[in-house]
Write a protein that binds this ligand. Structure first.
Ligand SMILES: [Zn+2]
Ligand SMILES: [Zn+2]
Length: 757
């Protein structure tokens, strides 16, 4: 008897095992055991079993992953054939909701084969590929629990579904064809249906002519248009009210992507993976991609098509690479219904390509990037969510975690598993908060978690709407509410990925934008010695005045004035702002400078890496307004590319406090190039935090330093830390399964409940 665990459900694993068992002449059965486990019982000769095992590994469906294999010899029961049994096992075992899987090569070949009955069929899928989570209403993954329940199988599809010799369609829950499956149509912005035979081909033509088209896809609507035409991209920016935030692109295949971007082997394997995320890659000089796609950034986000619909659409265009950005109104969640698209996207899109398969769960495209040579996640959505993450030990009670505030996600935890919701967005927007609440209800329902008996976990920040939501749930259900400090949660998220044992202490560095500290001040550049349950703040960046609070995050010149006020007089600051042309970089100019200066002495203080990088970005004339999260720091990082280290600069560290005023002072009076100054500033911040971490190591049980937080994707910052740690043979570990930013914080919030054993 075999027990196989891993990704073995929703990927055609049972029919596959049926096939190889029959082929090798074995008798017995296979059944789902709930969870991510199947049980296989086989009887037969030694040679047949050996052959079976070989095939099990060699020929398994591509999306299947075998993580563990348990082997037990049991007395023969005298089976007469091999069969697929109904799901069984203990009911308390949970079933994993499979993430969506990008279209496989076989399905793609069929849609381009005029002799195949799936020719030009935009919804072609099989056991190895296609939508899962985005169309699932319940578990297990059976057709009646998905949006495909609206499309009964036709006779041809039923025959394939029931045919054990049909490798990819036997028992495949989501299959359909042009006769029985969903269909596409094209509308104009008034909702009038266009009478065209080939809506996909027509949409491609409209795009080629400079039109902007809303496309209903897998987890929501996209907005597609030419990526090579400045006028079109700038028109899209105007209509979307999106001044600077980069747009993602979709390229037909690797050959097209290689024309525009530098791709190495790892990049190519990420782009073609079944998760098919958006990957940030450096642009080739001379690529005709418009500069307006990602202004001021050295990299562009690109993905490959993950449904036949997208593939055929892009293939029908002249460039074979398009802007493919999410179809939402400014700050609102991406549309998933036809009604939402008609109402909210009519001022953005000229035409709409709709289809009639319901999108049950909104999933945004995932975004990953390279950080100091590793792949790190910026947004965890389609392809990854809601696969569960294993904890190093079991939780005492189920947990419901509400995450942070911006670009966040929630989570539920039970047994030794954490299920993060898909990327939710900024929960200061009510609709996103409602989306979070809906998904938390969905997952607590699916995994049988009673909120009254669970521990609810929220961030300490008193004004986060997610904390208020958690408090509301605590009131409704009479459940216990735990608050976890923001940066502690960042560190415990890495600790759980590293499978640190409860009770063990580790040195963690949280490099972040902004989080609420346990002393009531704002934190964001912290060195902690932490276990899951406790932490001690060993060091941090110097707390700097943040005149005007949130407004200082939006306008970095304010933050710059705040830091300068710690070592310069008012008149000196004015002089510097005038010389560098920074006064009118504040919306109200001179008046705002006066006001900001007056706010400094009483301003809240913040020890954040993000705000220091913002100030450097403003001082060097790179970015003066944050129109999207992290913009000034990201543009600074992009600007620093190709710079080199200025050796006579250094940031003093005293008593664990990194003196960032001194950094600004050195930049002010330096004659070096702006590029080198940008490079050196980021690198030295990393170096200084690395030194503090190094000194804290003797208080920890592990000689590895965990780094997390929104700025933990900044390559130069990580290099700085890594260089100082590396000299002492100390390894630095970043998040790999969840974003180091606030999209991964819910994992840390759950992990913090592991306690200290
Ligand atoms: Zn397929
Ligand atoms: Zn059919």
């Amino acid at each position: 008897m075999l027990r196989v665990s891993g990704i073995v459900q929703g990927v055609g694993f049972r029919p596959f095992v049926y096939r190889i068992a029959t082929k090798t002449g074995l008798k017995g059965h296979i059944r789902n055991m709930g969870g991510s486990e199947v049980e296989i019982l086989i009887e037969g000769s030694y040679d047949s079993v050996a052959e079976f095992l070989k095939l099990l590994f060699m020929e398994k469906p591509p999306p299947a992953r075998i993580e563990e294999l348990e082997f037990k010899v049991v007395p023969p029961a005298g089976y007469s054939d091999f069969s697929i049994l109904p799901s069984g096992g203990e009911r308390h075992v949970y079933s994993m909701i499979p993430p969506d899987i990008a279209v496989c090569d076989h399905c793609l070949r069929e849609v381009y084969d005029p002799s195949d009955r799936h020719y030009r069929y935009a919804f072609n899928s099989c056991a190895w590929c296609g939508p899962r989570f985005s169309m699932m209403m319940n578990v297990p993954y059976d057709r009646q629990n998905t949006a495909m329940v609206d499309f009964p199988l036709c006779d041809d599809c039923r025959r394939e579904y029931e045919d054990p010799s049909n490798l990819r369609r036997f028992h495949a829950q989501g299959i359909s064809c042009p006769q029985c499956g969903p269909s596409l149509w094209l509308e104009d912005s008034r909702g009038e249906r266009l009478d065209v035979r080939d809506p996909l081909g027509e949409a491609a033509k409209i795009i080629d002519e400079g039109g902007i088209v809303a496309i209903k896809g897998l987890g929501g609507y996209h907005i597609a248009c030419l990526a090579t035409d400045d006028d079109t991209v700038s028109e899209l920016r105007k209509r979307k009210r999106r001044r600077e935030k980069p747009f993602a692109l979709m390229a037909l295949d690797l050959d097209i992507a290689r024309l525009h971007f530098y791709l190495d082997e790892i990049a190519e394997s990420v782009l073609t993976s079944p998760e098919r995320p958006i990957l940030l890659v450096p642009r080739r000089e001379g690529s005709p991609i418009s500069d307006l796609v990602a202004p001021g950034l050295g990299t562009v986000g690109v993905m490959l098509p993950y449904t036949p619909l997208h593939h055929m659409l892009i293939n029908g265009t002249r460039d074979k690479i398009l802007v493919m950005t999410s179809g939402n109104e400014h700050n609102k969640p991406m549309c998933t219904t036809i009604e939402c698209a008609r109402e909210r996207l009519r001022d953005i899109a000229d035409y709409f390509l709709h289809h009639n398969r319901r999108i049950v769960n909104r999933v945004d495209d995932s975004v990953v990037r390279f950080t100091a040579g590793r792949i790190t996640m910026l947004r965890r959505g389609r392809g990854y969510a809601p696969a569960w993450i294993r904890l190093p030990s079991k939780l005492d009670r189920p947990i419901i975690a509400f995450g942070a505030e911006l670009q966040t996600s929630g989570a539920v935890g039970f047994s030794d598993k954490v299920v993060l919701t898909q990327y939710i967005g900024d929960t200061d927007e009510l609709e996103n908060l409602e989306f979070l609440e809906r998904m938390l209800r969905f997952f607590t329902g699916i995994y049988g978690i009673d909120p009254a008996k669970a521990v609810l976990v929220a961030d300490m920040h008193p004004s986060y709407s997610t904390r208020k939501l958690a408090e509301r749930w605590a009131g409704i259900y009479g459940a216990e509410l735990e608050l976890v400090q923001h940066h502690h949660a960042h560190i415990t998220s890495v600790m759980s990925e590293m499978r640190i044992t409860p009770g063990d202490k580790i040195v963690g560095v949280a490099v972040d934008g902004l989080g609420y500290g346990d002393d009531g001040t704002l934190w964001g550049g912290e060195v902690l010695v932490a276990s899951y349950e406790r932490y001690e703040r060993i060091g941090h960046l110097k707390p700097q005045p943040m005149p005007g609070g949130d407004r200082a995050s939006k306008y970095p010149v304010r933050m710059l004035i705040g830091i300068l006020s710690t070592f310069l007089s008012e008149s000196e600051i004015r002089e510097i702002l005038r010389e560098r042309g920074l006064i009118d970089k504040l919306p109200r100019g001179e008046v705002e400078v006066d006001f900001t200066l007056r706010q400094c002495p009483r301003a809240p203080v913040i020890s954040s890496v993000g705000r220091v990088l913002d100030s450097v970005s403003a001082l060097l004339g790179i970015c003066f307004e944050r129109t999207y999260e992290g913009e000034p720091a990201m543009k600074l990082e992009a600007f620093a590319e190709g710079g080199s280290l200025i050796h006579d600069m250094s940031i003093p560290v005293k008593g664990g406090v990194v003196d960032t005023s001194e950094l600004l002072k050195q930049i002010l009076y330096s004659e070096e190039s702006k590029r080198d100054l940008a490079f050196t500033s980021i690198y030295l911040l990393g170096l200084a935090l690395g030194e503090v971490a190094l000194r804290a190591l003797d208080r920890a049980d592990s000689d590895v330093v965990a780094v997390s937080g929104g700025a933990a994707v900044n390559t130069l910052l990580i290099r700085g830390m890594e260089d100082v740690l590396g000299r002492e043979g100390v390894k630095l570990v970043l998040n790999s399964k969840v974003p180091p930013g606030d999209g991964g914080i819910a994992l840390g919030q759950v992990a913090a409940q592991l306690g200290d054993g």
